[in-house]
Design a protein around this ligand. Structure first.
Ligand code: BJW
Ligand code: ZN
Length: 250
């Protein structure tokens, strides 16, 4: 897709901007083999989110919820960053300030080499006790059922479920980055889950230039200044190629 067509307005934005935010969702990791939640290949076409991604479901059936996370963890461990993650990391060569705000728990932005990453929905590599909040980030032992803390409490993954607050420091830093951004890329997210999706409107209100990259239209397409409907692993490297032409190959 290196023949991607950029508008003059977007080219001008790219050449005069310094602060770039990439707000990403499950779609950026789809080409790494990690299923999305919604959409045609979404895992939640079969499994209802409310039956899995909430605390009451975990209390009712911790075994089932852990099976789901262990299954996803295995897929994540077998996957690697794709051309989309790698292009985002490479943007740091051409812009002073590049921030990744991700809803994903899969660590692929870090593994691709991005340096400033805010994780809004936690991280699958961390776990904590629901009683005393002691962290257990090592490999957990499931041989005697759902792992328990030394205090007897159940251990859960450190991810954000429905009805739970997002980590305040990550959300506040993301809001600041959105407000200060010159260009705000919205990549591979259906933008239906709040408060994360609200960042797109925050950035828009603050005057940032909204660039959407998705395989289909979403809730925020109507407020995007420009939309690229294609796979993130093709569109982002193509945009980066244009940046290289503008700023010179480094
Ligand atoms: C490609 C592609 C390719 C495919 N290239 N693109 C305001 C209004 C209504 C409701 C609420 C509201 N505020 C809060 C709520 C409630 C709720 C919510 O938003 N509900 C809505 C669904 C209606 N929000 C919450 O509960 C949040 N907490 C909260 O609000 O706390 C305050 C509070 C406290 C106490 C009481 C009440 C309120 C927490 C939300 C937590 C979300 N957690 C999950 C699970 C995380 C852990 C895990 O991974 O297991 O986060 S749910 C799931 O959705 C996950 C994702 O991060 C999140 C977003 O999904 P995402 O990333 O957008 O993925 P998809 O699958 O939806 O979309 C993929 C996209 O990629 C698609 O568009 C494809 O087209 C595209 N794509 N391939 C480019 N190759
Ligand atoms: Zn404990």
């Amino acid at each position: 897709m290196s023949e991607i067509k950029l508008t003059t307005e977007f080219i001008n934005k790219l050449s005069e901007s310094e602060k770039i935010v990439f707000f990403t969702g499950a779609g950026i990791s789809a080409e790494s083999g990690i299923p999305t939640f919604r959409g045609k290949d979404g895992i939640w076409n079969k499994l209802k989110p409310e039956e899995l991604a909430n605390f009451n479901a975990f209390l009712r059936n911790p075994q089932m919820v852990w099976e789901w996370y262990n299954h996803r963890k295995k897929i994540i461990h077998e996957s690697k960053p794709n051309a989309g993650h790698i292009a985002i990391a490479e943007f740091e060569k051409y812009f002073d300030d590049v921030t990744v705000v991700t809803q994903n728990i899969d660590n692929l932005h870090r593994r691709a080499g991005s340096n400033k990453i805010y994780e809004l929905h936690g991280n699958i590599e961390r776990n904590y006790c629901i009683n005393c909040r002691t962290f257990y980030n090592e490999e957990l032992n499931f041989s005697e059922g759902v792992p328990k803390c030394k205090c007897g409490g159940l251990i859960r993954p450190d991810v954000v479920w429905f009805g739970e607050f997002l980590p305040a420091d990550q959300l506040e830093a993301s809001e600041k980055a959105a407000i200060n951004s010159d260009i705000f890329f919205v990549v591979g997210t259906s933008a239906v889950v709040y408060p994360a999706a609200g960042l797109v409107y925050t950035a828009k209100r603050a005057g940032s230039y909204i660039v959407e990259v998705n395989i289909e239209e979403t809730e925020v397409s109507s407020i995007a200044d420009i939309s690229f409907f294609g796979e993130a692993g093709k569109v982002l490297p193509a945009i980066l190629e244009n940046v290289k032409k503008l700023k010179g190959n480094i």
